[in-house]
Ligand binder design. Structure first.
Ligand code: ARG
Ligand code: ZN
Length: 464
């Protein structure tokens, strides 16, 4: 059912009845949604004027030719009266766009797919956008020199599909900023012998006429950057860990290194649940590719994506992101330490709990680094530039801020803060200001100076 309203018709009626006068326009009364969600670090990313409730993506990918054919159906809600809107889509050819089943005009401008509406969609109304598109997807090169997005592996190996911070737009038209979260159905057809792995639960899988189709469903809201549809000739393992279905897909070349670490995934989830609160999703797993040239892993929702067999630290890190980043998502990229600082702190806690460096000793070791060290290059609460997003301070100094907080408020308040944070913002969003307020509220302490020093002050703090 759609409750889309035709405001042009209403305006015409008013004009006819004389209320608007003779000069009343016959054009839609809404305005176009803004290009970009207003994030200073990635100004073009995301789209004003609409919320995407659900993406239904149907993809067919040929690893040998790297060709993608796709349809994206977006169930959206207008957040203002809309005469048109933009989606993020970089590269690829758009063949046809419909809104509520009717063909609409569209144009391309850089990373924007601009869609015009014949009739205004009223604020609050639901509408459906369908985009037919295809071509050869290419990753985007980020300002730090790394790339993200749909990345074909050499030869016919498959594709590593990761979207942080902006690569989602390289494979589907989206509201590509994390301030918008949506549920997903991702259906991928690949040549027989390949497996396509996405987020959530595998609903169906079938093979016919030399092709296999995998239908994945993610029920929890997900930021576009956390979506994947990675393709490979994987060794697949499916099992239950209690009531949690676990699906791991591992490139056979990484199997020897990966198997022992991945076997500990249920234990890591259980241990993190005891610290952070219940695991937020209804599925778990891993995707392990064989291309360390990519150089990073990503916490793709429910099923982290690794460029090679992860070590324990990386497994612990990406699993912690399921709470910090995936379930509780940032609204602005400058808050990245809420993701990376917390996931790094989880690594430190795991290490300390398994005979490694203690938390206070770790803080002291890092604090001992000279003022010229990368660690002090920018304050984690205000990276200032996109190229710094995944720099050392976002990770290590962010984690140091958490250890400072823990030492200031004590263990009981600290773990109370973490659990209340993940509960209050579960499947939603959280900001640094909200985290600061929660910390002060739970601990009953004034923490302004602590956060000012560890999150916002440039350079090495004068004391630990
Ligand atoms: N969030 C990832 C991690 O777990 C890093 C993503 C890096 N992305 C990039 N384009 N370099 O640390
Ligand atoms: Zn991370």
């Amino acid at each position: 059912m759609t409750n889309r309203l035709f405001l042009t018709t209403a305006a015409t009626v008013l004009a006819v009845s004389g209320l608007l006068g003779a000069a009343a326009p016959a054009t839609p009364v809404g305005t176009k949604g803004a290009a970009g969600a207003g994030d200073p670090l990635l100004p073009l990313s995301g789209d004003g004027g609409l919320h995407v409730r659900h993406y239904a993506l149907t993809l067919a990918y040929q690893p040998a030719t790297q060709h993608l054919e796709a349809t994206a159906v977006l169930s959206a809600t207008a957040t203002q009266d809309l005469s048109g809107f933009d989606l993020d889509l970089a590269g690829l050819d758009v063949r046809h766009v419909t809104v509520d089943g009717e063909a609409v005009p569209f144009s391309r401008d850089g990373q924007k797919l601009q869609i015009s509406l014949a009739d205004t969609v009223a604020d609050g109304a639901d509408f459906t956008v369908a985009v037919d598109y295809g071509g050869t997807p290419h990753p985007v090169i980020d300002t730090d020199g790394t790339s993200d997005g749909w990345t074909a592996l050499p030869g016919d190996q498959g594709a590593f599909v990761a979207g942080e911070p902006q690569g989602a737009m390289t494979w589907f038209p989206c509201n590509g900023h994390p301030s918008d979260k949506s549920t997903y159905d991702v259906t991928v057809t690949v040549p027989q012998g390949y497996t396509a792995v996405s987020n959530g639960v595998l609903r169906t899988q079938h093979t016919a006429a030399g092709h296999s189709t995998f239908h994945w469903h993610e029920t929890a809201p997900m930021a576009a950057y956390l979506a994947t549809a990675s393709v490979g000739r994987f060794d697949v393992r499916q099992y239950w860990s209690g009531r949690l279905p676990v699906y791991t897909a591992v490139d056979p070349a990484e199997k020897n290194d990966a198997d022992g670490v991945l076997a500990r995934l249920p234990a890591v989830i259980a241990w993190e649940s005891s610290l952070f609160g219940p695991y937020p999703f209804d599925a778990a797993g891993a995707i392990v590719m064989h291309d360390k040239a990519i150089g990073y892993a990503l916490e793709t929702q429910t099923r982290p994506l690794y460029d090679e067999a992860p070590d324990m630290d990386t497994l612990v890190h990406e699993t912690a992101h399921q709470w910090f980043g995936d379930s509780v998502t940032i609204t602005q990229w400058k808050d990245i330490w809420l993701n990376e600082g917390f996931a790094t702190y989880a690594e430190w806690m795991w290490d300390a709990a398994h005979g490694g460096t203690g938390l206070h000793a770790r803080l002291a070791q890092l604090y001992a680094r000279p003022a010229t060290d990368q660690l002090w290059a920018y304050p984690p609460g205000d990276p200032g530039q996109l190229s710094r997003l995944f720099g050392v301070p976002s990770y290590a100094r962010g984690a140091m801020a958490l250890q400072e907080l823990r030492e200031a408020v004590g263990d009981q308040a600290f773990f109370g803060i973490l659990k209340q944070w993940t509960a209050a913002h579960r499947h939603g969003h959280g900001t640094t200001a909200q985290f600061e307020a929660l910390s002060a509220g739970v601990s009953g302490k004034n923490l302004d100076a602590l956060f000012a020093t560890w999150l916002y002050s440039a350079g090495k703090p004068t004391k630990m």
